[in-house]
Design a protein around this ligand. Structure first.
Ligand SMILES: [Mg+2]
Length: 299
């Protein structure tokens, strides 16, 4: 059975799944096109709040994946939801420690994004490859003042064509240590981002598959949102990591291309531990719902 028989909507991570830095993952544009040609809904879900949905759509277009900005959900969307959830109102000032694109996104949602440290109602921290020590100093000053401290995600690293860069989690950790205040994380592995994306996809949760490259954010977040997840090995997770995954995905794929491959043979909950447990590794996808929810959780 093919994965595409079991799922109508695909919530697809970007970094390490569709691209690595500025380079597309081999076959990813064709796989996305094939899914759409089959009438499947594809929404891109990224923990990376450093670019706007419009920037992401433009990058996807450059990689031959025409996409509307509305089909891209980033942790910036979850940041906005959180600012509203904690009671901030239009016009309230928010210290943004991140890229100019994140500041513009916050401003577009009628908050005042600022680098000032005084008279702000919240602190937002996200990945920024241009970040300098002074950014961390000012963010720590704001955190120390006791206002709500919102972090995009705790991804330790960011995969590029030149290797792994320190990620949003590394930046947030620096500010937490410097301020002795802890961030509230809104991106993956929290379920909020997937819930926003699921609503955007307009699909039933049981017919939706998350596709990501990180067990600690994509797989954990999918599990928290009650969604099935396929882990691909084109990004952060490698074959060597599989025995030690903190969350067991429903499927392990060499790349996103395997979703639309003719046989789907690689679309198995493959890991060494599976062989030792009481369920076969080649179980068809539609049997998954009959398993106990915690079956794939490692002890
Ligand atoms: Mg990723």
């Amino acid at each position: 059975m093919r994965l595409t028989d079991s799922y109508d909507a695909y919530l697809v991570d970007l970094d390490g799944v569709v691209w690595r830095g500025e380079e597309p993952i081999a076959g990813a544009p064709e796989a996305i096109t094939a899914l759409r040609d089959m009438g499947k809904r594809v929404v891109f879900v990224t923990n990376n709040a450093s670019r706007s949905p419009r920037d992401y759509a433009a990058k996807l277009m450059r990689l031959r994946i025409p996409t509307e900005p509305a089909d891209i959900i980033s942790s910036a969307h979850a940041v906005i939801e959180q600012l509203r959830a904690i009671g901030l109102k239009p016009g309230d000032r928010v210290h943004v420690c991140g890229t100019p694109a994140l500041g513009q996104f916050v401003a577009a949602h009628r908050f005042v994004a600022t680098g000032d440290t005084h008279d702000v109602k919240a602190l937002v921290v996200a990945w920024n490859p241009q970040m300098v020590m002074d950014d961390i100093r000012r963010a720590a000053d704001v955190a120390r003042s006791g206002v709500p401290f919102i972090g995009a995600n705790r991804d330790a690293t960011y995969p590029t064509e030149n290797g792994l860069l320190p990620g949003s989690g590394a930046i947030i950790a620096a500010i937490e240590v410097a301020s002795a205040h802890t961030a509230t994380i809104v991106g993956k592995p929290e379920p909020k981002l997937f819930r926003v994306a699921l609503e955007r996809a307009g699909a039933a949760p049981e017919r939706t598959l998350v596709v990501g490259d990180r067990a600690d954010s994509d797989a954990a977040g999918a599990r928290a949102a009650g969604l099935a997840v396929a882990l691909v090995l084109t990004g952060v997770t490698t074959e060597r990591d599989l025995p030690l995954l903190p969350i067991r995905p429903d499927y392990i794929l060499s790349s996103i291309c395997e979703i639309t491959s003719s046989s789907g043979e690689g679309a198995l909950p493959a890991s060494a531990e599976d062989e030792d447990q009481d369920h076969p590794g080649d179980e068809p996808a539609d049997v998954r719902e009959e398993r106990s929810p915690g079956l794939f959780d490692l002890p």
